[in-house]
Write a protein that binds this ligand. Structure first.
Ligand code: TNX
Length: 529
């Protein structure tokens, strides 16, 4: 008897080991919250498979059919119908969380139920990753998924280098495939004003062009390329991009920098500055002392007029007003700024910036919007209603969250994807500096050092793409991929797996990126950190 039970025990252990060995796994990023796959059986999807749209959620199905057409190399998109049984069936159910979905795969077909339209879209994105990397075979099983953070963002600087509408759409495609839902569009800076404003045509006529671009890191002796550089988006193009993003469940948050990082605007409209002297569209990187005057009423009128048009173009509730890196040298010498400080009872120039930001916030609120700004908006005393983007580290974010402000975490040392990916920097071209390997992002806990109360105010996480050294979308893609694979895990799936799981998944994602035609950096796969 004893002998028998020992044999049974050994046999059972072996069966468990073998099933473990052959356990099927999904290679999807971000990791779905719950996955239960059957030991065998796949549902095969081909270009002939129908998509059955039960309750008018046509858009996610249309986007999926388009993507599949590219993957299958077929002439016609997959057929969408309202009725039918066999195929990929999609519908919504309000019992499921916003942006969440459930997916059931059996011999009867694939059923995706989203909490809303975005949920259906994300379910289809999961399906897309499985299909593309698995020759159309989808393992039988069940997935239930929903995001950890409601704000999952990526930023794109189009001021330092300009990216065409097509490029921005590619960027949006990449974000959407990783289930991100915010694009923070950095539209204005010292080196270029990139959004058409009808009330002030000079902004783009004069402010979108710089004489030349600094070569290298600007070490002495400095030299420039001697080539004029510029570009901007018309309002029609902006509307087109906003619509394209919305069809992929991405809200675009426009950023209009104030009162600093505005030298291009000062070049176009010198009366925006304190001393009204003509300045050039800046041809250096870094922080310039030329900033908008915070004392003159004309500055406030200008900002409100610009924001009026911005609000018309962008449905986003949050509007980004910059607020970072504003030297106060000019204000200290400016009679208007000093008079404003006196009139408002402000003690110093930091508080004058606080006054400007609070006044602009009131304007946005009156127009039904909310303000978001870089964490310098904390320095001049911030209102309770502002949303804070913590970039100088995590301290500003923790401080703001403890006070009860909404916060987006985007600390420079972890989220600046314009930083180098390897220590040796070999083959990475000339970049701004820093060092953020894939593993570092994957290991990051954005709640680190926070009380439970503070955690409730962290609405999300964002990665940033500053473009001083990124001259083309090819480079942007290489900086973004594969690191966005780690970033989206932080944004969507707070509970992350071990290092070997993500490595296995990324090997598969690398094929996915290739199939989508996106460039991906090799370092992580070569083991270089
Ligand atoms: C800091 S992050 C900046 C940008 C630069 C970036 C370079 C922030 C609010 N300001 O103006 O482009 O560093 O990585």
């Amino acid at each position: 008897m004893k002998q028998l039970s020992r044999i049974a025990f050994v046999a059972l252990t072996m069966i468990l080991m073998i099933s473990e060995l052959y356990a099927r796994e999904l290679n999807v990023v971000p990791e779905p919250a719950y996955v239960d796959l059957e030991a065998e059986g796949d549902y095969l999807v081909t270009e002939k498979t129908r998509i059955i749209v039960v309750d008018e959620m046509w858009n996610p199905a249309e986007r999926f059919a388009e993507d599949m057409m590219a993957h299958f190399g077929s002439e016609r998109p997959m057929r969408l119908t309202k009725h039918g049984n066999k195929g990929i069936k999609v519908r919504t159910d309000s019992c499921i969380a916003a942006e969440g979905y459930e997916m059931t795969v059996s011999c009867d077909g694939i059923l995706i139920i989203g909490g809303d339209e975005a949920g259906v879209y994300y379910g289809l994105q999961t399906l897309r990753q499985i299909l593309v990397t698995n020759e159309g075979r989808v393992p039988y099983g069940f997935i239930a998924d929903e995001p950890s953070f409601s704000y999952r963002g990526a930023h794109l600087d189009v001021a330092r280098h300009f990216f065409s509408v097509e490029d921005v759409k590619t960027y949006i495609d990449i974000l959407a495939a990783h289930k991100l839902n915010r694009l923070h569009w950095h539209l204005t800076d010292d080196q270029g004003w990139r959004i058409e404003i009808k009330a002030y045509p000079e902004l783009t006529e004069l402010g979108s062009m710089r004489k030349e671009t600094l070569v290298g890191h600007g070490l002495e002796p400095k030299w420039w390329d001697g080539t004029p550089y510029g570009g901007y988006y018309t309002q029609e193009e902006i509307r087109d991009v906003v619509k394209y993003a919305a069809e992929r469940y991405i809200t675009i948050i426009p950023e209009i920098e104030m009162p600093g990082h505005a030298q291009a605007a000062l070049h176009a409209l010198p009366w925006l500055g304190c001393n009204e002297q003509k300045v050039e569209v800046w041809t250096m990187w870094g922080v310039t002392p030329e900033v908008m005057c915070a004392g003159k009423e004309t500055t406030y009128t200008f900002l409100e007029n610009v924001l009026k048009e911005v609000i018309e173009l962008f449905p986003s509730e949050l509007i980004h007003i910059g607020g970072d890196e504003c030297p106060k040298d000019r204000w200290k010498e400016c009679e208007h700024c000093q008079a404003m400080m006196k009139a408002q009872g402000l003690e110093n120039e930091e508080q004058l910036q606080g006054y400007l930001v609070a006044r602009i916030e009131q304007f946005l609120i009156k127009n039904g919007r909310r303000m978001i700004g870089w964490d310098e908006i904390l320095d001049g005393g911030v209102t309770e209603t502002a949303t804070v983007m913590s970039w100088r580290g995590i301290k500003g974010g923790i401080y703001a969250a403890e006070r009860g402000n909404d916060v987006v975490m985007t600390p420079m040392k972890l989220c600046y994807l314009n930083f180098y990916q390897t220590e040796s920097r070999e083959g990475e071209g000339l970049q701004i500096g820093g060092h953020i390997p894939f593993e570092m992002i994957y290991a990051w806990d954005p709640y680190e050092g926070m009380s439970d109360e503070a955690k409730r105010h962290i609405i999300g996480v964002q990665c940033n793409m500053w473009s001083e050294y990124l001259k083309s979308m090819d480079w942007v893609e290489v900086m973004l991929l594969p690191r966005l694979g780690a970033m989206c895990e932080v944004q969507w799936a707070v509970d992350r797996r071990d290092e070997s799981t993500i490595r296995r998944k990324m090997e598969s994602m690398r094929k996915f990126y290739e199939a989508c035609g996106w460039r991906c950096a090799p370092y992580y796969f070569d083991g270089r950190k």
